[in-house]
Design a protein around this ligand. Structure first.
Ligand code: SF4
Ligand code: SF4
Length: 139
């Protein structure tokens, strides 16, 4: 079961309620969920669907990840795929190159060095980030 790291909280971040696609609401990527009050949170928290209950981003689960990397501060959500070694950086569509922020990019290169297949995504575009610090468009 996924767990928040001690001392971590979403605070005013609502990035996953905006940037991710949520089928059960037919909500596309990049559109704030109608149940979300920006900078406040979920208005149906007790009855939110399982897909929301089951989601935690990497930042909130990793006690070592710096506060400056909180998703709303960098415009990027980090997610690890439980079924393979993929590590994704999903950008807020209004900040499609947020993954190029030096702070974010440094983290992505480190994850690639750690053996992950690192993919930065923005809308329908994606880029692979490599351990040597270069990136190429990914299709
Ligand atoms: S993206 Fe992470 S920190 Fe932000 S609201 Fe979602 S779970 Fe919380
Ligand atoms: S139902 Fe609540 S937790 Fe789920 S996306 Fe909407 S605002 Fe976020």
């Amino acid at each position: 079961m996924l767990q928040k790291a001690p001392g971590k909280s979403c605070g005013s971040c609502t990035m996953c309620c905006k940037s991710l696609e949520i089928d059960v609401f037919k909500k596309p990527m990049g559109v704030l969920c109608t149940h979300c009050v920006n900078n406040s949170g979920c208005t149906i928290y007790e009855t939110r669907p399982d897909v929301c209950r089951d989601f935690l981003c990497e930042w909130i689960m990793d006690r070592t990840m710096s506060p400056v990397l909180r998703p709303d501060r960098i415009g990027t959500i980090f997610m690890e795929d439980p079924d393979n070694d993929d590590y994704q950086a999903v950008c807020d569509p209004s900040k499609p190159y947020a993954w190029r922020n030096p702070l974010v990019f440094k983290h992505l290169v480190q994850m690639a060095k750690n053996g992950h297949t690192v993919i930065a995504k923005s809308g329908l575009r994606a880029w692979r980030v490599y351990p040597d610090g270069h990136a190429t468009e990914w299709s």
